[in-house]
Design a protein around this ligand. Structure first.
Ligand SMILES: Cc1cc2nc3c(=O)[nH]c(=O)nc-3n(C[C@H](O)[C@H](O)[C@H](O)COP(=O)(O)OP(=O)(O)OC[C@H]3O[C@@H](n4cnc5c(N)ncnc54)[C@H](O)[C@@H]3O)c2cc1C
Length: 458
C-alpha cells in the first residue's frame, strides 16, 4: 500500500461524516476535525457525528416518483454511510424515511471511530494550515464564527445568510387520543410504516380561523439589526409567515386535510389537520410536521394548546429560529467543489448552497470521492447530469443562472428536485415522466459507477 498524506475534513456533520467515510473506503487516510463537544453550535445538542438538528426525516423514500427518493436510491448504490445507517435506524413514517436520531448519530459515530484510516480530532479549526494540501470544509450552516471570518476573507465576499426555523416536539402521553387518531395520508405504508404512522389533530373551520388569528397576533422573536434584511428559505418557512401570506396558505400546506378520515367523527371532514410524526424509537416523542416557528416560547405553548388534542400538550422542545450561511458557489467553486482561488480547499454540505440532510450528505459523498481520487492520482469524474447527484452538483457549481437585476445575489440553497434534471426527449407522457427520469438516472448512475470510479468498490 502506498503511504499517502492524509486528507483533512473539517466538520463531522452529515457531509463531513460521509466524506470521511468515502475517503477511507478508497484506502486513503483522513483526519476528521470536529469542534463538538469542545465547542458547540446554537442548535447541536450532542458530541455525535451527523447529528440531526431538527426534523428526524430524510423525506420521501419513493425512488420512482420523487427526486429525494431518487437521491436516496443513488446514495445506497454509492455505498453511503449515511443512507445505510438511516436504513438500519428507520422509524415508521408513511412514505418517508425517518430515523431514530440518537440511534442514527450514535451508529455513524461508532462507524467512524472504528475505521482505522480515520483519525478523529475534537477541535475547532480557525484556519486550515497552509501545509494541508487536500482539505474538505464541511462546517455547515452554523460554521463557527472564526472560520466563517477566515472564509469570508479568503473568498473576498461576505457569505449570504438566510433563516431556518425548527419545529416543536410533543410528548405522546400528553396528547388526547379521544380527539386525535393515527393515520398516514391515504393510508400509505412506505418503508417500515404501517399506513397509520402520523397523529392527526382535526380542526373545524371556526377552530382554524381562531388559530390563524392567534398566529398573526402572537408575539414573535425579535431580529437583531444585522439580521433584519435576511430572507427566509422557502422550504422552511415559519408557520406565522405562511399565515401572513394568506389565511388559507397553511390549509394548502402543512395543515392540509386531504387523505385523512377522522374515526371519531367519520361523517365530518376536518377543515384542516395538524400532523405529528414519531421522533424517537421509543415512540414517546412526536414532532409537529411543518410547524417551524419563530413565535416566542410562551406564545407557542399557549397557541399550540388550542389545537384539538393538544390542550394539555407537554413540549420536549419548542420551535426556534437560526441564521444560516453559505457560499456563492457558482461564482467561487470549480466543477469538483474546489475554491477557484485556492484549489487545495474543497467544500461540501450545506455551506455549498445545497439544502437538507440528504443533499448535504450527497455532496459530502461526492467531495470525499473527488478528494480521494485526486490523492490517488486519478482525475475526479463527475456523475452524469441526468443523475440526482450530477444535477445537484451542477446546480451548485454553475447550473444556477445569476439574476441580471441589481440587489441581493440570486443563488439560494436548493433541495434536490426534478427541475434540476435535464428534460426527457419529447413524447413521454406527463404521468410517466417522473418514473422515466428516475429510471434514466439509475441506469446512468450504474454506468458511471462501473466506468468512472475505478476505486469505488474496495
Ligand atoms: C436550525 C436548523 C434547522 C434545520 N432543520 C433541518 C431539517 O429539518 N431537515 C433538513 O433536512 N435539514 C435541516 N437543516 C439543515 C441541516 O442543518 C443541514 O441540512 C445539514 O445538517 C447540513 O449538513 P452539513 O454537514 O453541511 O452541516 P452540519 O450537519 O451542521 O455539520 C457541520 C459540522 O461542522 C462542525 N463545525 C462547524 N465549524 C467548525 C470548525 N470551525 N471546526 C470544526 N468543526 C466545525 C459543527 O459542529 C458540525 O458538526 C436545518 C438547519 C438549521 C440550522
Amino acid at each position: 500500500m502506498r503511504s499517502l498524506r492524509p486528507i483533512h475534513v473539517i466538520g463531522g456533520g452529515l457531509a463531513g461524516s460521509e466524506a470521511a467515510w468515502q475517503i477511507a473506503r478508497r484506502g486513503v487516510s483522513v483526519v476528521l476535525h470536529e469542534m463538538r463537544p469542545v465547542r458547540s453550535t446554537a442548535v447541536h445538542k450532542t458530541g455525535h457525528f451527523a447529528e440531526l438538528v431538527c426534523s428526524n426525516s430524510f423525506r420521501s423514500d419513493d425512488a420512482d416518483g420523487s427526486a429525494i427518493g431518487l437521491l436516496h436510491a443513488e446514495m445506497r448504490r454509492l455505498d453511503s454511510l449515511v443512507l445505510h445507517t438511516a436504513d438500519v435506524h428507520k422509524l415508521p413514517a408513511g412514505g418517508a424515511l425517518a430515523v431514530d436520531r440518537d440511534g442514527f448519530a450514535g451508529a455513524i459515530t461508532a462507524a467512524l471511530e472504528s475505521e482505522p484510516l480515520i483519525d478523529i480530532r475534537r477541535e475547532e479549526i480557525l484556519e486550515p494550515p497552509a501545509e494541508w494540501d487536500n482539505v474538505i470544509i464541511a462546517t455547515g450552516p452554523l460554521t463557527s464564527p472564526a472560520l466563517a471570518e477566515t472564509l469570508s476573507r479568503q473568498t473576498g465576499e461576505a457569505a449570504l445568510a438566510f433563516f431556518d426555523a425548527i419545529a416543536p416536539i410533543v410528548h405522546r402521553d400528553s396528547i388526547d387520543f379521544d380527539v386525535v387518531w393515527f393515520q398516514s395520508r391515504y393510508d400509505k405504508a412506505g418503508p417500515g410504516g404501517s399506513g397509520a404512522d402520523y397523529i392527526n389533530c382535526p380542526l373545524t373551520r371556526t377552530q382554524y380561523d381562531a388559530f390563524i388569528d392567534a398566529l398573526l397576533a402572537g408575539e414573535k422573536t425579535a431580529f437583531h439589526d444585522f439580521e433584519a434584511a435576511t430572507p427566509y428559505f422557502d422550504g422552511c418557512l415559519p408557520i406565522e409567515i405562511m399565515a401572513e401570506r394568506g389565511r388559507e396558505t397553511l390549509r394548502h400546506g402543512p395543515m392540509k386535510p386531504f387523505g385523512l378520515t377522522d374515526p371519531h367523527r367519520p361523517g365530518q371532514k376536518p377543515y384542516a389537520v395538524v400532523q405529528l410524526r414519531q421522533d424517537n424509537k421509543l415512540g414517546t416523542l412526536f414532532n409537529m410536521v411543518g410547524f417551524q416557528t419563530k413565535l416566542k416560547h410562551g406564545e407557542q405553548a399557549r397557541i399550540f394548546r388550542t389545537i384539538p388534542g393538544l390542550g394539555n400538550a407537554e413540549f420536549a422542545r419548542l420551535g426556534g429560529l437560526h441564521r444560516n450561511t453559505f457560499l456563492n458557489s457558482p461564482k467561487l467553486l470549480d466543477a469538483t467543489l474546489r475554491l477557484n482561488t485556492a484549489p487545495r480547499l474543497r467544500f461540501a454540505g450545506q455551506i455549498t448552497g445545497c439544502e437538507g440532510y440528504v443533499e448535504s450528505a450527497a455532496i459530502g459523498l461526492l467531495a470525499g470521492r473527488f478528494a480521494a481520487a485526486e490523492r490517488l492520482g486519478d482525475t475526479p469524474a463527475l456523475p452524469p447530469p441526468t443523475t440526482a447527484h450530477g444535477a445537484l452538483i451542477r446546480h451548485i457549481t454553475g447550473g444556477h443562472i445569476e439574476t441580471i437585476d441589481k440587489g441581493p445575489r440570486s443563488f439560494q440553497p436548493m433541495n434536490i428536485n426534478f427541475g434540476l434534471l435535464p428534460p426527457l426527449a419529447c413524447g413521454t407522457r406527463r404521468d410517466a415522466r417522473k418514473q422515466a427520469l428516475c429510471a434514466r438516472a439509475l441506469a446512468d448512475l450504474d454506468s458511471w459507477i462501473g466506468a468512472a470510479m475505478p476505486h469505488a468498490a474496495e
